[in-house]
Design a protein around this ligand. Structure first.
Ligand SMILES: C[S@@+](CC[C@H](N)C(=O)[O-])C[C@H]1O[C@@H](n2cnc3c(N)ncnc32)[C@H](O)[C@@H]1O
Length: 164
């Protein structure tokens, strides 16, 4: 069954084009081994719900954004800033899913906080990032934070499909 994110992206021509581009093996060899229409983001519907809660005039930082498909939910926010050091192991490059308002910073959270401070009134997300130091830095440096890493017990609920 397709995820709500996949359905929402493919419901528009612009979304379909972006998705086709990222999934094209010429641009991103191997991505289809990592993700498919069932699972474009680890946290299921979490990003969709956050996009509803966070006011549209806020800048959104997404630490550990991976391929960044969830940028789609934030395409009407002031800015979506994805931070992740991830490289495609085969090409050394990764083509991320980029909406018009998104910026990609290829670095760890640790590197980010050495160089930048976050914008006032922004909102930070750190979802399923396994690095505990990165989680701590996000909690300490950002005022409005969603930090989530479930290590056991509730996985079934997280991956429940269909938004019901
Ligand atoms: C399991 S994925 C989660 C992706 C996305 N947040 C989601 O919920 O679908 C974990 C991501 O965290 C990134 N990551 C790991 N350590 C990190 C760090 N120190 N700073 C930023 N990102 C990191 C990895 O590269 C990977 O893309």
């Amino acid at each position: 069954m397709s995820s709500r994110l996949y359905k929402s992206i493919t419901a528009t021509e612009a979304g379909k084009e972006l998705l086709d581009y990222v999934f094209d093996d010429k641009n991103n060899w191997g991505i289809s081994a990592d993700v498919n229409s069932d699972c474009l983001a680890c946290g299921g519907d979490t990003y969709e719900l956050l996009a509803k809660i966070i006011p549209k005039n806020r800048v959104v930082y997404d630490f550990g954004a991976a391929y960044g498909f969830q940028a789609w939910w934030f395409r009407h926010h002031r800015r979506y800033i994805a931070i992740d050091p991830f490289d495609n192991p085969f090409t050394g490059e990764t083509v991320h899913f980029r909406t018009d308002n998104s910026i990609w910073l290829k670095m760890t959270a640790q590197e980010f906080f050495k160089k930048f401070t976050i914008e006032e009134d922004s909102f930070a997300i750190c979802n399923y990032v396994p690095d505990e130091e990165a989680q701590r830095l996000v909690r300490e440096n950002c005022h409005n934070v969603f930090n989530n890493y479930v290590t056991g017990g509730d996985c079934k609920a997280i991956f429940k499909r269909g938004g019901k």
